[in-house]
Design a binder for this molecule. Structure first.
Ligand SMILES: Cc1ncc(C[n+]2csc(CCOP(=O)(O)OP(=O)(O)O)c2C)c(N)n1
Ligand SMILES: [Mg+2]
Length: 332
């Protein structure tokens, strides 16, 4: 793994703060109805992404996830302005404004979405890894999903085939404690989701998902194993989301005190504490980063605001169609 240096900590601080503020902005513009439909935010879970990106080889490795998917593509190199524009439904968005919040996608940056069907991306992630193995590439796919998705049958079918075919994939359960309003405790007779790997003899482990160092170390081991032909790993990242499931969640299933408890181990604060205690930067240096992040987020909003909506004529251009399909005339 690349060494974790002073520069890594500063990058983690800057990246995680940017993702946090980018999504805080989304929450604000959602209320102004600039973003419509569903909006699921990642606040609190940023260490999972920061640690994963450190361990990945971004020139070839791939990622697929569920609908909590706005900041992962940014981490993988997609222009955040285009992500914001997609959320605004604008033509300059990553999918010309036709996908929206749950469907951010960038083939160029190997980010394969953005999936609204809970657990739907689990077999797709294994399929991407199958493709890489078939074509002789040593790329590794990170297939991310939530604790709720871990209860889907497709996980078991996928784990079985991924082990049978020794696929280069890391299965990543981001256990944030809840699937909508249903706590992990209420979904199964056990709470150690990572142990689902045991039934398939898949290497598996729990990871402190609030600490990017622990995350990076766990991902490095799993990614290296997959890259060297050692097959899949299943990691359960213990994390937490500060905001509701989506913007329309009254959060009656948990207390404010519980949320506050987790904020005490906030990944951004943890990294900030290391930076200050090891004197990697001063408070004043970090304030400069904060100001720069704020400016960059405002630039994204301005870009999205000023971009045009897609023309009506493109509406069916990206929908699968078959020339001899007899029932519908698709083109407007
Ligand atoms: C197959 C399917 N069933 C139900 C839903 C409704 N639904 C949307 S999100 C969600 C909860 C999933 O929770 P989890 O996998 O823990 O992910 P998180 O939202 O916590 O990131 C449910 C049940 C859905 N989208 N798809
Ligand atoms: Mg969850």
């Amino acid at each position: 793994m690349q060494k974790i240096t002073k520069e890594t900590y500063i990058k983690w601080y800057e990246d995680m703060l940017f993702w946090r503020k980018f999504e805080d902005k989304l929450a604000a513009v959602y209320i102004q109805q600039k973003v419509r439909g569903f909006l699921h935010l990642y606040n609190g879970q940023e260490a999972v992404l920061a640690g994963a990106l450190h361990a990945m080889d971004l020139s070839k490795d791939k990622m697929i996830t569920a609908y909590r998917n706005h900041v992962q593509p940014i981490g993988m190199g997609v222009d955040p302005k285009r992500v914001m524009a997609e959320l605004f439904g604008k033509a300059t968005g990553t999918s010309q404004g036709l996908g929206g919040s749950m469907h951010i996608f960038s083939k160029e940056h190997r980010f394969y979405g953005g999936h609204g069907i809970v657990g739907g991306q689990i077999p797709l992630g294994a399929g991407i890894a199958f493709g890489d193995k078939y074509h002789g590439s040593d790329a590794v796919t990170l297939c991310c999903f939530g604790d709720g998705a871990a209860r889907q049958g497709s996980l078991h079918e996928t784990f079985n085939l991924a082990m049978l075919w020794n696929l280069p994939v890391v299965f990543v359960c981001e256990n944030n404690g809840y699937a909508m309003g249903t706590s992990v405790k209420r979904t199964a007779s056990h709470e150690d989701i990572y142990k689902l790997g045991l039934g398939y003899e898949m290497p598996c482990a729990p990871v402190d998902g609030m600490n990017p160092i622990k995350v990076a170390e766990a991902f490095d081991e799993a990614i290296q194993r997959a890259r060297k032909g050692g097959g899949p790993t299943f990691l359960e990242l213990k994390t937490y989301r500060y905001r509701g499931h989506s913007m329309s969640d009254a959060q009656h299933y948990r207390t404010k005190a519980e949320v506050e408890e987790y904020k005490k181990i906030d990944p951004i604060s943890q990294v900030k504490d290391v930076i200050l205690s090891k004197k990697y930067a001063t408070e004043a240096d970090l304030k400069k980063i904060d100001a720069d992040v704020k400016k960059r987020v405002l630039e994204c909003e301005k870009f999205a605001d000023e971009s045009p909506y897609p023309d009506k004529s493109v509406m069916y251009d990206v929908v699968y169609e078959q020339e001899d399909y007899p029932f519908l005339q698709h083109k407007l």
